[in-house]
Design a protein around this ligand. Structure first.
Ligand SMILES: *Cc1c(COP(=O)(O)O)cnc(C)c1O
Length: 362
């Protein structure tokens, strides 16, 4: 599903130069490499600020805490996401509430979110799942109408765009992960928050560093969640390659959309003209998912499932409040979804091989 060893030699040598620069600098955590990456990343996201943090989960937690969301507050999100999304809400001290998805896209369904809103609701964590970003005007309007904060979980949607605006720039803040398998990945853990709200971002910078404002002064209780110089230097290099890698993902997805034709397999809704889908994952659905994944494995095609178990079926989450009408679409999707290989190192022959294998399934 990923092949880092097949990355271009030019990328590898640029990374080695960056590593050497950091080693020679003698400064390893929150320094000029982090500041340079933050500036570059904010520039690409169309926000005035970015703040590097330890990982994507912390970015969500810190974002919520900087928005003053905590104990007694409810935060609505989707059960069809990485577990980290919900765990971050719990770690912020808030109460997660789960709304259902639209089965055509697997993205959060606004009408289900509306059913979950109570007087305790303080925020929606909107996950741009699989690299999709949709209907952002509606989300901004819905949150404004209810007086609740919109926090975007952009961990799967690096520089995805809706109407020319980048993921993370619609809500009060956007949370990114740079886990190695993400579209922009570090050589280890990393994350960032982006926002154009200076006061919010000042607070993020305090929270990520023990709640320290100036050295040895702690106006609040924060975390240790700092981006290190090595990751920031590597991320600057890898950012230069992101647009090309994203175009390759989109080419592969276009190949799948054109070539896959099997009545047993359904594709998710194609992106609309206002959407620049960055295809972190290419997900299909199939009622006979286990048989299909076994068949593909025999043909040498790796697959993964994102995600086999919706959050509310995880043991610690069974009592989480949810849409009173239930989460049937999430449960259905969890039972049928399958992710095909979709990373920049795939060759055209690889893509043709995957298409033939899926089409041969009967
Ligand atoms: C990966 C991911 C996260 C967590 O990011 P980490 O850097 O692994 O903590 C959060 N949300 C989504 C949707 C993700 O895919």
């Amino acid at each position: 599903m990923n092949d880092f060893n097949a990355e271009p030699a030019a990328l590898r040598s640029a990374e080695l130069v960056a590593v050497e620069r950091v080693l020679n600098s003698g400064w390893y955590v929150l320094g000029q490499e982090v500041r340079a990456f933050e500036q570059a990343w904010a520039g690409r996201c169309g926000t005035t600020r970015a703040a590097g943090v330890g990982n994507g989960m912390d970015a969500i937690e810190i974002g919520l805490r900087a928005l003053d969301v905590g104990p007694g507050d409810e935060v609505i999100t989707t059960p069809m996401t990485a577990f980290a999304t919900v765990l971050a809400i719990v770690r912020a001290g808030a109460t997660p509430v789960l709304a259902d998805i639209d089965p055509r896209t697997a993205l959060l369904a606004p009408e289900s979110v509306e059913r979950c809103i109570t007087s305790q609701t303080r925020a929606v964590v909107l996950v741009h799942l699989y690299g999709q970003i949709r209907d952002m005007d509606n989300w901004v309007e819905l949150c404004a109408r209810h007086g609740i904060a919109l926090l975007e979980d952009c961990a799967q949607a690096h520089l995805a765009e809706w109407n020319g605006k980048v993921a993370g720039s619609f809500g009060r803040a956007g949370a990114y992960s740079f886990y190695p398998t993400k579209n922009l990945g570090a050589i280890g853990d990393g994350g960032a928050l982006v926002s154009s709200d200076a006061a919010l971002m000042d607070r993020v910078e305090v929270l990520r560093n023990y709640g320290q404002s100036v050295r040895y002064e702690h106006p609040e209780l924060g975390l240790n969640s700092r981006l290190d110089e090595l990751q920031a230097a590597l991320l600057q290099v890898r950012l230069d390659w992101l647009d090309g890698f994203t175009r390759r993902r989109q080419e592969i997805a276009a190949g799948y959309r054109a070539g896959l034709e099997n009545p047993l397999v359904r594709l998710l809704q194609a992106p609309g003209h206002s959407e620049n889908h960055v295809y972190h994952l290419f997900v299909i659905t199939c009622e006979e998912r286990e048989r299909l994944s076994g068949f593909l494995k025999e043909r040498g095609v790796a697959t993964l499932i994102h995600y086999p178990m919706p959050v509310h079926h995880q043991p610690p989450c069974r009592d989480i409040r949810r849409d009173p009408q239930g989460l049937a679409a999430s449960e259905g999707h969890a039972g049928e979804c399958l992710s095909l290989p979709c990373h920049p190192q795939l060759s055209d022959a690889d893509v043709a091989h995957v298409i033939k294998a899926v089409n041969d399934f009967c």
